[in-house]
Design a protein around this ligand. Structure first.
Ligand code: CAA
Length: 384
């Protein structure tokens, strides 16, 4: 087993790290304070090929592997967690399903604009009344000739405000549960839909989270991804990949919290010594360093399995479960190491904890990850 990075993966890590140091770390606190969408950094990341990293070059992407994508997500999220999730949604939840399920015509229409970041995408699955129970959705797309007429409201949509392409998961046959669900690509320019409530969140404040309102929006049947009734599978398999990106986002947040706590433990003195000399602080730093490395190994394992076209749903759920809960633990310890300074906005510690918390919730809560892992494990143990 070789955990050394390839030349390309090393180059991606260097590029993403330099970008985070130069372009994101200096503005991350301001983005958190103002809640402004990071248009400038996203444009530059698009120019670097980071908006469609795993999309083949023929469709406008960078043609990289999933491990490279996870490495980039870690580095970019270390710089700014909001920028991380904007990137993750476009890569994992929009480009990926269009690449896997789209026809060449759909790829030509959507992927060639989304992958180079000329357009931005969002993914609409959750609703006001259904989150973890994704198949319990109520939004319908009923057939009328060559169109579906879409009616319903989607909730918690990252990039909802800025995106002009939406991968929409909805019922085309409400009489069926998951077997009546289909995936549509909705072009907001050609077939506008409404933007509802813009959420005021605890963290990742530079990324928009909105509801989307569909009031008899006529979407061409030609925009359906995969077969009618295949949409739940499209959504679930998309989230399998998305969870690798969110796990890497959590890892990046944990890393910056750890780096800052380490620096603070050297600068701050108490009882005549730097606080890093005390066993109580060293124990926290040791646990943080160990958990960060453990999370990265799980993430790379899941990403490598996806690259090798092996089963990876359980691995990505494990990576997300561990990395997100690890990030909350690491950020809590980082805040604690800062003492009173950790609780105020002069340092980043409180922001990192606020940013980390969402990774335990979106793209499947920790409870759902445990469900996915348990079901897969029981299936593996079942007699053939
Ligand atoms: N890949 C492909 N197919 C899958 C699958 C997967 N990973 N998981 C399930 N399926 C298929 C099953 O095989 C089954 O198909 P058949 O009937 O043909 O056998 C079908 O889907 C139904 O599966 P289940 O019976 O397991 O479905 P369920 O209703 O029990 O739900 C669940 C399973 C895992 C709980 C699922 O609902 C789930 O993942 N919920 C969480 C949803 C989620 O993660 N939401 C996040 C929103 S997106 C977001 O946060 C984005 C953002 O903006 C950042």
């Amino acid at each position: 087993m070789d955990l050394a990075l390839s030349d390309t993966q090393q180059m991606i890590q260097d590029t993403a790290r330099q970008f985070a140091d130069a372009e994101l770390l200096p503005i991350a606190a301001k983005i958190d304070k103002t809640g402004e969408f990071p248009h400038g950094p996203i444009k530059k990341l698009a120019d670097l090929g980071f908006l469609g990293m795993c999309v083949p070059e023929a469709w406008g992407g960078a043609g990289l592997d999933v491990v490279s994508y996870a490495i980039a997500m870690e580095e970019i999220s270390r710089g700014c967690a909001s920028t991380g999730v904007i990137l993750s949604v476009n890569n994992s939840l929009v480009c990926d399903p269009i690449q896997r399920y789209g026809t060449d015509e759909q790829k030509g229409r959507f992927l060639t604009a989304l992958a180079p970041g000329k357009r931005l995408g969002c993914f609409a699955l959750s609703e006001p009344g259904s989150g973890s129970d994704a198949a319990g959705m109520r939004t319908t797309a009923l057939r009328d000739g060559d169109h579906y007429v879409v009616r319903g409201t989607k909730n918690w949509i990252t990039n909802g405000q800025e995106a002009d392409v939406c991968v929409l998961i909805c019922h085309t046959n409400p009489a069926e549960r998951h077997k009546g669900i289909s995936a549509l690509v909705v072009d907001r320019v050609e077939t506008p839909y409404g933007i509802g409530k813009v959420e005021d969140k605890l963290g990742i404040k530079g990324s928009s989270t909105t509801s989307l309102v569909f009031e008899d929006v006529r979407v061409p049947v030609a925009n359906r991804l995969g077969a009618e009734g295949e949409g739940f599978k499209v959504a679930m398999s998309t989230l399998d990949g998305g969870r690798i990106g969110i796990a890497a986002q959590a890892l990046g947040i944990a890393r910056i919290a750890f780096e800052e706590a380490l620096a603070y433990s050297r600068e701050r003195s108490a009882f005549g010594n730097p606080i890093g000399d005390f066993g109580a602080i060293q124990e926290m730093l040791a646990d943080m360093a160990t958990e960060i490395d453990a999370a990265r190994l799980l993430i790379w394992h899941a990403a490598a399995a996806k690259d090798a076209h092996q089963k990876y749903a359980k691995l990505s759920a494990m990576a997300k479960l561990y990395a997100s809960e690890m990030a909350a633990r690491v950020c809590t310890k980082a805040l604690q190491i800062h003492g009173g300074y950790g609780y105020v906005k002069d340092y980043g510690a409180e922001r990192h904890l606020r940013d980390a918390r969402i990774t335990e919730i979106y793209e499947g809560t920790s409870e759902i990850q445990r469900l996915v892992i348990a079901r897969a494990t029981l299936q593996e143990l079942a007699p053939a």
